[in-house]
Design a protein around this ligand. Structure first.
Ligand code: FA5
Length: 342
């Protein structure tokens, strides 16, 4: 029996030295030290020994058990250390490699265009003011001379909220009234940039969300000549000093008279092409003299004060400036498009 015990010990230690995985180690433990393992089997045969032989065998079996357990733990520790060393070697960082540069952010093409517009108007004494994007029917329509059921409301269909009379503004013009009510009776010279929302078919030239820049000037002697001078100067600073401009009669309920400002086509120079639909002209904004009713709604007496206002779409302006053929690129978040304007 002692021979068998020693033979089993030798075999167990030899096998253990060859095992390289945690799983193989576990199987080894079950095979030699488990409840049905080789050592337990040998101990079961103790009854066949004489009473004198038993204590010596028992003692030796205990020594073997302790020795095997210790060998098992040592082997497990060695394997763990080997694995850790291996992982360290595999994940070694070469600190001498050049670093990867962090790409700096850049301005969105709409923001760049807005800032160009701010600069031009700031030089003419206009301050930048912001007004709410969530508006009421009163400011978006009624105080702008469009009572309920006014047919001109059809030009500005919007998104309504679940609160009666609360909507997403369709244009920046409600900001005119807010500024007037705040500053009346002082003279005003502001631009109001911000997002607008329209419930309309999205096309290459129409988004459901886009920016506008509103302009408003109020004073005691402002005339249509001031409007024309200011906007012609803006158009030439934005699109080049050689640009021709024209004011075409139009209609807005909140201005009288109303006009649209066109520049000669940046592509064909006025000869006529696909972009200007062979007219030679491109529309860039709507404008006019502030309607007397709107002046009164803002707290100004139209007998003493006059004013002019305008509203333009910076995305449309950027489309002309950079030759962008589809407005949907602006907010599609495709970096291939946006990175062209770094
Ligand atoms: C207005 O919104 C008027 N509030 C402008 C105005 C202000 C006139 C003050 C007089 C005095 P209109 O709907 O034409 O007008 O829009 C003005 C500009 O916004 C357009 O010239 C265009 O550049 C831009 N715009 C209008 N609808 C869209 C759209 N769906 N997508 C992108 N840009 C648009």
């Amino acid at each position: 029996m002692l021979d068998q015990l020693h033979e089993m010990e030798g075999r167990a230690l030899a096998e253990l030295a060859g095992h390289k995985t945690e799983q193989a180690l576990e199987q080894w433990h079950v095979a030699f030290l488990g409840r049905k393992g080789a050592l337990t089997e040998l101990l079961r045969g103790i009854g066949r020994l004489s009473a004198e032989e038993r204590p010596a065998f028992g003692q030796e079996a205990n020594r073997v058990k302790t020795a095997l357990e210790k060998a098992y733990e040592d082997r497990a520790l060695t394997l763990k250390q080997e694995a850790a060393l291996h992982q360290l070697a595999r994940e070694q960082v070469d600190v001498t490699l050049p670093g990867r540069p962090i790409a700096p952010g850049f301005l969105h093409v709409s923001t760049r265009t807005l800032r160009e517009i701010y600069d031009i108007f700031a030089a003419m004494g206009f301050q930048v003011v912001e007004a709410p994007e969530v508006e009421t029917d009163i400011y978006n329509f009624q105080l702008l001379n469009m009572p309920p059921h006014h047919p001109a409301r059809d030009m500005w269909n919007t998104f309504h909220t679940t609160h009666e009379g609360v909507l997403l503004r369709t244009h920046t013009s409600p900001g005119q009234i807010r500024v007037m009510l705040e500053h009346c009776p002082e003279p005003i010279r502001v631009i109001l940039p911000g997002k607008c929302y329209r419930y309309e078919q999205v096309t290459a030239r129409h988004e459901f969300m886009f920016y506008q820049v509103e302009g408003l000037a109020i004073g005691e002697h402002l005339t249509m000549a001031d409007l024309k001078g200011t906007l012609a100067s803006f158009a030439r600073q934005m699109f080049g000093p050689e640009r021709k401009v024209r004011f075409r009669a139009s209609y807005f309920p909140f201005t009288e008279p109303s006009a649209e400002l066109d520049i000669d086509c940046v592509l064909c120079g006025g000869k006529g092409c696909r972009v200007c639909k062979n007219s030679g002209w491109l529309e860039i904004l709507g404008c006019g003299m502030v309607h007397p009713n709107v002046m009164r709604n803002g707290g100004y007496d139209p007998a003493c004060y006059t004013g002019f206002a305008f509203g333009m779409g910076p995305e449309r302006i950027a489309m002309l400036k950079y030759g962008i053929d589809d407005i949907r690129h602006f907010f599609a978040n495709d970096l291939r498009f946006l990175q062209q304007f770094v």
